[in-house]
Design a protein around this ligand. Sequence first.
Ligand code: GDP
Ligand code: MG
Length: 712
Amino acid sequence: MEKLIPFINDLHDILSQAGLSSELNLPSIVVIGSQSVGKSSLLESIVGREFLPRGKGIVTRRPIEIQLHQVLDAEQGWFEFMDKKGEKIFESEDIRKLIEAETDKVAGKNKGISPVPIKVKYFSKDILDLQLIDLPGITKNPVGDQPQDIEQKVLDIVIPFIKNQNSLILAVSKASDDLATSDGLKLARSVDPNGLRTIGVITQLDLMDDGTDALNDLLNQTYPLQLGYVGVIMRGQKDIQKNKTITEQLKDEKSFFENHRLYKKYSEKMGINFLVKTLNMNFIQHIKKALPIIRETIISLVQIKEYDLKQYGDYDNLETKENKNLLVLTLISKFSNSYKDMLEGRCLDITSKELIGGSRIIYVFNETFRRTVQKMNPFDVLSDDEIRTAIKNANGIRPTLFVPEGAFELLVRQQISRLRMPSIECSHIVFEELRRVVNQISIPEIERFDTLANRISEVFENLLNKCLRQTEEIISSLIEIELGYINTSHPDFVSGMDMVHKDEQRQQQQVQQQKEKSPLQSENESNKFFNFWPFKNNKQTELYDSKLDNLNKKRKTNINSQKQQKLQQLEESQILQQQSVINKIVSVNQQYFMNDPKRQLPQVPNTIKITERPSKREQTEMDMIKDLLVSYFNLVKKNICDSVPKTVITFLVNQSRNFCERELIGVLYKQELVDELLQENQFIQKSRQETKQSLISLRTCLNLLNDLDSKF
Ligand code: GDP
Ligand code: MG
C-alpha cells in the first residue's frame, strides 16, 4: 500500500516532463491559508528541513511543489531542484537560494506573484512519501509591485490547485483566529462544501493569550470537517533567530501537548508527527480512489496522441531519396484523389451542414445560371420604338411584303449576344468553386510540408486557369454558333406562317370587337387594315402563304438562292446608280432651294425619328416580330442552358479532375525538387517529437499502473 505514494510521485514526474500533468489532475496535498499563518513553517516541519524562504509579508510568491521520497538507506537527506535531475543538493541554504532566485526570475523582485510552480524533491530515510504544494497566502492589501486586486490574483493561483478533486486540502488557521472567519477554511469550503477532503491545521497554539484555548476547534466542534483538525506548534521568529532546530522544536511540541492542562488528554492526536501520519494515510486512500479515473484518462490520452502522431506522419524514417520520391508521389495522389472525391461527393465529411464540392457546382448551374438565363426577356432591353425603328431601317426604301426578316435577324442576334456574359460568368463561378474545393482539402501529412502544399496549390491554380481559358473559348464558340445561323426552320420555332395565322386571328378578333362596338366604324377600320396589308382576301393570303413557302424554299435551295441573290444585287446596284444621280441633282440645287422663299416642301430634318404612334401595319409587324423574337430567344436560351453547363463540366471540371494528378506529377515529381518539397514545417517537427515523447511517457505510466495492479 505504501508504494502508492511513490507511484503517484513517479506519475507526477513522468507526466510533468511530458507537459501532461495538468491533463491528469494527479493527487497531491495543497496547503492554503492567510498570509503568515505558518504554511511554510508547516511544510518545513513535515519535511524536517529549513529550506523555504520565510519571513514577514508575502514570501511564497509562486506555488512550490515538494515531493518527498523515502530512501531507507540514505545516510543524509538531499534535495533535487527543478530540471536538474540527479544533481544532489545537501544544504538547505542552497536550495532556499535557488527557490528565491527562481521566484525572482518569474515573479520579479518586488513582491510580484506568479502561478508557475517551482518543483523540489527531497530524499531522506526520515520522511514518509508525500506530494505537497505550498501556495502564496491570501492577502487583501497590496504591497510593492502587487496589483490592486492582489487578493483575486492569489485566488486565481490557489483555486485551480484545490479545485482538483484529487487534491487533499490542508487548511491552515492560527489558533487565535475565529475559525468561522478563517480564509483557508472558507476557501476550502468553496471547493469542498462537505469537507470530505479538507484537513484543518491549527498553528501557533503556543501564542494564545493566557486563559484562552482552542480545544473546541481541535475537537472538531466549531467548524466540523470529515477529516478533523490537528494542532501544531512550530518555531517562532525568536526560535529561528536562536537557531533552534526543527528536531528540537518537535521535542518541545511533544512536551507542550503532553503537559498542557487541556490538550494532554489528546496529545496522541496532536503535533506534526501525528499530522504527517494522518496525511500519509489519507493521501493513500485518496490515491486509491483516484486510480481508476487516472487509468481511464491515461488510456484516452494514449489514443489521442496516437491519432495525432498518425496525422503528423512518420517522417523520421524517410532517409533515402527513393523513400522521399515515393512519399511525394503518394502525397500527390492523395491530394488528387481528395479533389476527385470532393467533386464526386465521396468526401468523408458527410456530416457537413452545408453543400460542399460538386453539389455546389450543380447549385451554380441550376440556381444561379439557369434561373438568370430563363428570366431574361428580349423586352427587358428592347422597347417597341426600337423594334419599329429596326424594322424600318432593315426594310430600307422597300417596304416588305412579307415578315420583316432582316429586322428579325438583327434583333434576335442582339438578344443572343446578351447570353454571352452570363455564360462566361457561369464558368468563372465554377472556377472559383473549384479553387474553393482545392483550398478545402486538408491532408495533415501534406500540410507539414509547407513548400509541397504551396506548390500543389500553384499547380492547381495554373491547371484551373488553363481549363478556364479553354472553357471560355468554347462558350464563346457556342454563342458564335447561335449567332452564325438563325435557324428559323427549327421545329421548336414558331414559324413566320404561324405568326401570320396568329396575326390574322388577332386582327379578326379586333375586327369582331370593333364590329360589336360600331359596325360602320369597324368596317372602315378593317378596310383601312386591308389598305396597307397587301392581302385583301383569302386568295391574296394564299398568295402570301405561297410566297412565304417560297421564302423558306429559297433558304433551303442553294442554287435558287444564289440566283435570287444575283437578281437582287443587280436590282440594288440599279437603285444605287439612280440614287447617286439624284444625289448629284439635289446637291447642285440644294443651295438654291434652301434659300428660296417660294419653296413649297418642308425641309428634311437632320435626325428622322419614327412617328409617335405606330400605324396599324407597323403595329402588326411589330407584334409579329415580338412573337418571333420571344419564340426564337427561348429556343436559344434552352440550348445555352443545356450546353453551357455541359461545356463547363467537360472542359473545366472533368479536365481538371482527369489531369490534376498527371499535371502535379509532371511539375513536382522531379529528383532535384524532392528535398525542397519535403522541407518540413518546424512546428510540425516539434509537435511530432513532443507527441512521441508524450506517448512514451503515457505508456510508461500505463505499465506502472499494470505493475501496481499485479502487486495488489
Ligand atoms: P506563511 O506565510 O503562512 O507561510 O507563514 P510562515 O510559515 O512564513 O510563518 C509566519 C511567521 O509565523 C514566521 O515567523 C513563523 O516563525 C511564525 N510561526 C509559524 N507557526 C508558528 C507557531 O506555531 N508558533 C510560533 N510561535 N510562531 C509560528
Ligand atoms: Mg509561506
